[in-house]
Design a protein around this ligand. Structure first.
Ligand code: FES
Length: 166
C-alpha cells in the first residue's frame, strides 16, 4: 500500500524549511516541555520575560513533524512583545489558522505547541510565587491534551517493552 504525502499548504512548508526562532535559548527566564521523547512528538519552549511580564523573545526546539515545527515557529512570532496575559489567550485554533490550516490528523501538533507555551507561563508564575487572577487553576484544553498524549506514549512504551521481553 502506498502512502500519499499530507497536503500541507505552502505557508507551512516555508515555515518548516525556514523556521523562525529555532534553538535553545541560553538566557531564557523559563522553559517548558510538552510531548514525549519516546515517540518523538516533543517540543520545548523557551521564553525571555521582562519584569513587566512581557515576552521579550521566544524560541523553541522541536522533535515533532512538519506541522509541529511550523506551528511552534509561528507561536514564537505571535507572542513576541506580548504580555503573558495576552499570550495566554492564544488558542490552538488560532495557531492552526495562522499557518493557513493543517490536515485534521495534525491538529495535535499545534495543540502541543500551545500546551508548551501555557506550561512555560504557569512555571514562570510558580517560580515567582505569584498567581495572577487571569491564570485559571484548571488546566486548559491544550495542557490537558499534552498530558493525555504523554500518558498514552508511556503506556505504549511500557506495552512494547513487555512485548519485547516475552
Ligand atoms: S507532532 Fe505528532 S504528528 Fe506532528
Amino acid at each position: 500500500m502506498s502512502r500519499s504525502p499530507l497536503p500541507y499548504n505552502p505557508k507551512i512548508l516555508e515555515l518548516f524549511r525556514n523556521p523562525k526562532n529555532l534553538g535553545k535559548m541560553e538566557d531564557a527566564t523559563v522553559s517548558a516541555v510538552a510531548g514525549n521523547p519516546l515517540c518523538g512528538d516533543m517540543i520545548i519552549f523557551y521564553l525571555k520575560i521582562s519584569n513587566q511580564d512581557v515576552i521579550e523573545k521566544a524560541s523553541f526546539e522541536s522533535y515533532g513533524c512538519v506541522a509541529n515545527i511550523a506551528t511552534s515557529s509561528i507561536v514564537t512570532e505571535m507572542i513576541k512583545e506580548m504580555k503573558l496575559e495576552d499570550a495566554w489567550k492564544i488558542s490552538w485554533k488560532s495557531v492552526i489558522e495562522a499557518v493557513g490550516g493543517v490536515p485534521r490528523v495534525k491538529f495535535h501538533c499545534g495543540i502541543l505547541a500551545v500546551g508548551a507555551l501555557k506550561r512555560a507561563t504557569r512555571t514562570y508564575y510558580k517560580d515567582k510565587g505569584v498567581s495572577p487572577d487571569w491564570l485559571p487553576e484548571e488546566l486548559t484544553f491544550e495542557e490537558k491534551q499534552a498530558l493525555e498524549e504523554e500518558e498514552l506514549a508511556k503506556i505504549i512504551s511500557k506495552r512494547m517493552k513487555a512485548e519485547e521481553e516475552k
